[in-house]
Design a binder for this molecule. Sequence first.
Ligand code: DGJ
Length: 729
Amino acid sequence: MAISFDRERQTFHLQTPHSSYIITIVEGLYPSHVYWGPRLRNASWPGGLTLRERASFSPTPNPDKPSLSLDALLQEYPGYGSGDFRSPAYQFALSDGTTVAELVYREHRIFAGKPKLEGLPATYAESDGEAETLELTLHDSFSGLIAVLSYTTFRDSDAIARSVRYVNESADSVRIRRALSASVDFNNDEYELVHLNGAWANERNLSRRALVQGQQGIESRRGSSSHQHNPFVALVSPNADEEQGDAYGFSLVYSGSFAASAEVDQFRTTRVSIGINPFDFEWLLEPGQSFQAPEAVLVYSNEGLGGMSRTYHRLYRSRLSRGEFRDRTRPVLVNNWEATYFDFDADKIAAIAEEGARLGIELFVLDDGWFGYRNDDTTSLGDWKVDLKKLPQGLDDLAKRVNAHGLQFGLWFEPEMISPDSDLYRAHPDWCLHVEGRRRTQGRRQLILDLSREDVCDYIIDTVGGVLASAPIAYVKWDMNRNMTEIGSALLPPERQRETAHRYMLGLYRVLETITSRFPHILFESCSGGGGRFDPGMLHYMPQTWTSDNSDAVCRLKIQYGTSLVYPISSMGAHVSAVPNHQVHRVTSLKMRGDVAMSGNFGYELDLTKFTPEEKEEVKAQVTAYKELRELVQFGDLYRLKSPFEGNDTAWTVVSADKSEAFVAFFRVLAQPNAPIDWLRLAGLDPNADYEIAGTGERFGGDQLMYAGLPVPRLEGDFQSATWRIKRV
Ligand code: DGJ
């Protein structure tokens, strides 16, 4: 039993293979947090949850029990208004206008398996034996609102999936103002906060800072998870590195506006919470209705950030992503965006595909510009009809020409958008997100379709579905190139306008669910100007994401390293692009560009026909090497060895689950004069096994490679890389 209940002590013990999470119901009412950390044998011990009388400024719900104050209690799902002054997990307004509420324990059930979250992406169990779930039902007796807290443990993972469902059992409507997915109270503040921040073309930089008294956190108000912040935070002990120390991860399975924060209070406890951003959010819950908050996936590791990441990688790769491609190696592709932008015709595309075939590439992706009259980015989004000026024989013919060269054919869409200059907008000017009478603010000369509307979602399903059925399409790149403004819907009544952004996400998830299940043989890759929506919500429907529009090899070291904090390599699109690079104008070697991209879902984003004969030979060798490597790289365990955020060198290794082989990559950005001799200490190998380096035949013990290190060859010049393939002998 992974979840047990001690009736006498009113205590729940959730055990994962290496961790324990303990909840106790104080006074039969208050679900309280006792422990989260390395696995314990027993959930109760003297003083496990210590209560202490505080000053009168921390009020007590029971005057006869002065040691109990909600302001000091470590809680599982705290509210506001009756004694806890810290940041609440929930808040709702009743029909009398008041916002005081107190959700207390009513009942619970423990059962095998993991239920689906209605309308939302989530991790899953393939059989009931894989997972166990605790549902704690809380109620506010005054209002009749119910909250069902759900906790799932997995047989094979150190993750705990949490979510909350509200049910209005009263005769009155209730306005939910805040409905976070998870809140955990730590009994001290000796941690650092880790999160990922960035911007377009500069996504997921690693940020780490000591906690201070008060609130600290991150959020997105953009209507998508965003380039600027990722829906993830971790608390780590100050000694935590890639191999050791405590790491507590909080990752939200959601693609819209979110908030995550850590609050250190007067008693130096720390409250971490994550969920839909309460800013500009409200949800009207009529009697009998329910509201499902997204899932938060919590991971504890005492093997530092490295251990935490590997737990996320395995879970997200195998029990968040779905579909035929979940466990399949991904094709090597070439995408024409940076090769042609909008300026192409069928012959140009066929020429790139033909060259791709000679180089061993398996998939051609036709990017933006194939529909409407889209010769630049000012028009036609929404008009998903092929541009017969560019492609006179249509898509089917082009796809078959590409197929004839032995490559599969993939296609770009941006289905959530509408250009003001489009037939769709002329026919349906009210189909975009907007507020009547106000300016409709554009981004990249486009507006966002109102996916809170069923008819708009159905239009997307029909038109995109129609194109997908019209030609042999094996891959789709699903793009989304701006953030939300004037977030209002023409169909929602005034009291529901603030539901628009979340209803949009529910609409989007319905569209994705329908299209991906209708076309199970298509590999879907999500994209939002690169990695503006690189989140677990999208990965549930699409197993990979275009990591960043920035494909410069040096910038990609940080972007891919930061992304790997939560997301597996199999989810990261990584392409070799032309030099000078189109984003930062840097010139790096083809070798380094190849080596960086090979630590992802490999491809090219340039005009293959422009390579010199020597470059073609090098590319052919890269493609061949990647095909031999991809099973390992896409599905192995990642160990980060040297951080690009800390110095001139970056290194990582991917080790197969059985530790029989590894791929090692080392990168040096700038040349160093009179450089020291470097020994790269590997990780994740079997210390008792012997390994051989492919190519040189040199043999090392796993212990020697991990504890003494692999000698790094002399590297001359800027932008250098070295890779090794290691096999157990
Ligand atoms: C943004 C994407 O990230 C690019 O890769 C490309 O598809 C463009 N959009 C096309 O408009």
